[in-house]
Design a protein around this ligand. Structure first.
Ligand code: ADP
Ligand code: MG
Length: 486
């Protein structure tokens, strides 16, 4: 007999509502259901309507739920297991992911959850696995089928460009439009959630539409590694080679996962060379440039450098606003300017997070049937806003401040006392104290091993100056804004 029953669950739900507030409760807790049949003496099993909701709740609310369960049981702690409920009534296809009118709140969460899930992990089968039009050799057909699906929403048209990504966009488009392999390999690199996969899918979709004869294979690195290892195990490496060498355009996403796996890397290198020799297009993405990749053989690194290597940067504020605009227009939603500004300002490092935050707002607004306001945004996205503040480092502050005052970065560490470098240095100390959790001695260390009293003095000096000197106050506020929104 499980010690935890449905009536306990009712109490837990109520407790969570009190603890987390209506907004969080309605968005994330209410959709959860208690699964009595899978609950044991040791663990309570809770089901979420979608993987997205499950992951989110698990990541953010496990502790809150455990504590509330303990309270409901009068103090006995219990583990919680989360799982995705078997779909009773599946919502529409992923493409119809925009919340439709007249949905119940739970369906809504489900739909939006899937929208978010599918945009951050481009896997819902929207199109066939590969763009194969002509026939693959019999033996290798199975392998080729093992590509990853393309997400038809990841098109060039849906990609918002700005300073940070226009070059990457132009290069990707150029290569997708050309019929020969002029830039080979093409490597697109940059941090997570900046649109690498999006651009890669856009290229694949474009080629498939305009040059249907070319056989395009899009595959993640994990899958590539898996296929290779399986071919070793099954003694079918010849098939593997043949399969990968029989395509016209090979796209491998996130090749950093191949680094460090020696045998796979070797095979990858040979595949790369073979395809390039045959003038077949190879398109790759990675999270860093070939120079910065660890565990990559020099010859592979240098081969990667033969083609075109393009970085995709973090979007600037303007681009982030444009992305929000385009998302809002796409979903036919009115996003107030001030909310867009705060969102774009706070969620700055990655488009995926920006989309996630936006989707949360939309889901919530639809659930409770109220327009999005600055207040709801701030309370709903508290976690994101706090996280965004934690990320600023002393290095970043020094770089930004030195940039702003046009002094050399090393002046942050020197003993020079002339006013034109001493003031900026103090501004950097002030911002270090304000925007990070570092102690005075830590900050002193980062500024050329200064004593903590020097730092304290510097911080106070700037605080005082800001009260009397408007220019100083404006400057410091502007730098702070740049730091917290970049
Ligand atoms: P990466 O592969 O670099 O980690 P993704 O391509 O998966 O990032 O992008 C994450 C999400 O952000 C996707 O939903 C993608 O559509 C979206 N996205 C990224 N950049 C842009 C952009 N410039 N315009 C529109 N959407 C974008
Ligand atoms: Mg990606």
């Amino acid at each position: 007999m499980p010690t935890f029953t449905n009536s306990h669950w009712q109490a837990v739900q109520k407790g969570l509502k009190d603890k987390l507030g209506d907004v969080v409760y309605e968005s994330w807790m209410q959709p959860l259901t208690f699964c009595e049949s899978k609950t044991t003496d040791d663990a309570v099993t809770v089901q979420a309507p979608t993987r997205f909701v499950k992951d989110w709740v698990q990541r953010n609310y496990t502790t809150a739920i455990q504590e509330t369960i303990a309270e409901a049981l009068g103090g006995a702690p219990m583990a919680v297991t989360f799982e995705v409920a078997a779909p009773a009534a599946q919502p529409a296809a992923p493409e119809a992911a925009t919340p439709s009118q007249g949905s119940t709140p739970n369906e809504m969460v489900q739909q939006v959850g899937q929208a978010i899930q599918s945009s951050s992990a481009p896997k819902p089968a929207v199109t066939p696995l590969t763009g194969t039009q002509s026939k693959a050799p019999e033996k290798s057909a199975g392998l080729l089928d093992a590509g990853n699906p393309l997400d038809t929403r990841f098109t060039f048209d849906n990609f918002v460009t700005g300073k940070s990504n226009e070059f990457a966009y132009a290069a990707a488009k150029r290569i997708a439009e050309s019929e020969d392999a002029a830039y080979n390999p093409f490597l697109l690199y940059g941090g997570v959630g900046l649109g690498k996969t999006h651009l890669m899918h856009a290229m694949a979709l474009h080629i498939r539409e305009h040059q249907p004869k070319r056989r395009v294979l899009y595959i993640s690195s994990e899958k590539f590694v898996y296929q290779f290892i399986r071919s070793l195990r099954d003694k079918k490496t010849m098939d593997f080679k043949e399969a990968f060498r029989s395509v016209d355009v090979l796209m491998i996403d996130d090749i950093q996962f191949i680094a460090g796996k020696e045998a796979t890397q070797e095979e990858f290198f040979h595949t790369l060379n073979a395809l390039i020799d045959m003038r077949k297009q190879v398109i790759l993405t990675a999270d860093k440039s070939p120079h910065e990749m660890d565990n990559v053989e020099d010859r592979l690194r240098s081969r990667l450098g033969w083609g075109l290597t393009t970085e995709i940067h973090k979007p600037d504020l303007e681009t982030r606003l444009a992305i929000l605009d385009s998302k809002a227009a796409e979903m036919n939603i009115e996003l107030p300017k001030d909310v867009a500004m705060v969102l774009a300002d706070k969620v700055s490092s990655n488009v995926r997070e920006l989309e996630g935050a936006f989707n949360r707002l939309v889901a919530h607004a639809d659930l409770i049937g109220c327009p999005i306001t600055l207040d709801t945004a701030q309370s709903l996205l508290k976690d994101i806003f706090q996280a965004s503040n934690r990320l600023i480092t002393l290095d970043e502050i020094q770089v930004k401040v030195a940039d702003y005052y046009r002094i050399k970065l090393h002046e942050m560490h020197t003993a020079r006392r002339s006013r034109d470098v001493a003031r900026p240095r103090q501004v950097a100390m002030y911002l270090s104290k304000r925007l990070t959790q570092k102690s005075f001695p830590d900050i002193g260390k980062a500024f050329g091993g200064r004593d903590h009293t020097t730092v304290m003095h510097g911080v106070k000096a700037i605080e005082k100056l800001m009260q009397t000197d408007k220019q100083m106050a404006d400057d410091v506020q502007l730098i702070e804004k740049m730091l917290t929104s970049s």
